[in-house]
Design a protein around this ligand. Structure first.
Ligand SMILES: NC(=O)c1ccc[n+]([C@@H]2O[C@H](COP(=O)([O-])OP(=O)(O)OC[C@H]3O[C@@H](n4cnc5c(N)ncnc54)[C@H](O)[C@@H]3O)[C@@H](O)[C@H]2O)c1
Length: 323
């Protein structure tokens, strides 16, 4: 298949591209290589992809309408994975404009091009952040959304745009609500790698709350299996959203305790705040029934095994030196 992946130098985009290249798909990757986190890490990911003969990369920024001419030239793209975005919750406080530019304006620019390709399946990254704080768990896809920050709002707007475009233009558009994805080649701005790095660098670690909050940690290898299965699964409705989650929330402090077991010098030297920051949600816990219904069999990796693989990879590759 001919597949376009936006945000291909990012964590999920890179990992999916590599997996699909191994299956001999043609991958066209784009990314603006922004500096939200280590550019060196993004370049390292790209170096791996460039070893595959069916991979083509173009550095471009989706918020510049003119750069979309590159995408317009493609005919017969079977599938698009739109993962390019400004991620992160804390960053919304200091950089709200980026969420408008990279997540809303860029999204609009892309779907305006896509609307002419009726045969292209369009997957896009949404987020658990669209749920915000809720009372009833696990969170199923059809409950009322209650986003708490500009990031969640931008993803909710993406969903509304796709529901509308899909209905109006008859497009196949599938939203993927990712829940705290982690693993090898993961994002250095997220809890696990941030915590390990602070320890290796003997620095204080700043937690956004008291650590009593929960996240539905979801291992990248499981995400990749789900995404690969989705590629070949017939989805009845033109517009759908799916939770991509493990359905097993873990308290953040418990994750930190598990990481500490790896190294006796690891300590939780925190200047954490006693209260949850106003933009952070207390708990994410997705219901995965809707996605699992599509597949006959699926077994998640245990959290401990996934965490071990992740930490081992980070330490072996000395990722703290480049992030
Ligand atoms: N990792 C998670 O736990 C998680 C959870 C929920 C949602 N998501 C969403 O999944 C997607 C992928 O996440 P990720 O963790 O791989 O993030 P990431 O930051 O590693 O990857 C995003 C990539 O998009 C690129 N990008 C940003 N703006 C761009 C623009 N205007 N034009 C071209 N490229 C641009 C960045 O340079 C980056 O490489 C994002 O949309 C994110 O919001 C991720």
């Amino acid at each position: 298949m001919k597949i376009l992946i936006t945000g291909v130098a990012g964590f999920i985009g890179f990992r999916l591209a590599e997996r699909l290249l191994k299956d001999n798909h043609n991958i066209y990757g784009i990314d603006n290589l922004n500096n939200y986190y280590s550019k060196k890490l993004k370049v390292k990911r790209l170096q791996i992809l460039k070893k595959y003969k069916f991979f083509k990369f173009k550095k471009l920024d989706l918020k510049n309408k003119n750069s979309l001419n590159y995408i317009k030239k493609f005919k017969n793209i079977n599938v698009i994975y739109h993962f390019a975005a400004q991620a992160g919750v804390r960053f919304t406080l200091t950089n709200p404009q980026k969420y408008f530019d990279d997540n809303i304006k860029s999204f609009f620019n892309l779907i305006e091009v896509v609307k002419n390709n009726k045969n292209t399946k369009f997957f896009f990254a949404s987020s658990s952040s669209v749920y915000g704080d809720q009372k009833k768990f696990p969170l199923s896809e059809n409950i009322q959304l209650n986003e708490k920050n500009i990031y969640g709002l931008s993803k909710k707007i993406n969903e509304i745009m796709c529901e509308n475009y899909s209905r109006t233009f008859g497009l196949k558009m599938i939203g993927l609500r990712f829940f705290t994805v982690f693993g090898e080649w993961g994002r250095p701005d997220m809890l696990i790698f941030k915590y390990i790095k602070s320890n290796l660098d003997k620095k204080n670690f700043y937690l956004n709350s008291d650590g009593q909050h929960f996240r539905d940690f979801t291992y990248i290898d499981d995400v990749l299996i789900i995404l690969k299965k989705l590629l070949h699964t017939k989805i009845k409705n033109n517009y759908e959203v799916f939770n991509i989650c493990s359905n097993k929330p873990i308290k953040v402090l418990d994750v930190i305790k598990k990481i500490n077991k790896w190294n006796s010098t690891f300590k939780f030297r925190s200047k954490n705040s006693k209260f949850l920051n106003k933009i952070e949600v207390f708990k994410t816990h997705g219901d995965n029934k809707k996605i699992l219904k599509l597949f006959k069999k699926f077994k998640y990796t245990s959290f401990d095994k996934a965490l071990n693989n992740t930490i081992k990879w980070y330490l072996d590759k000395k990722i703290n030196k480049i992030t």
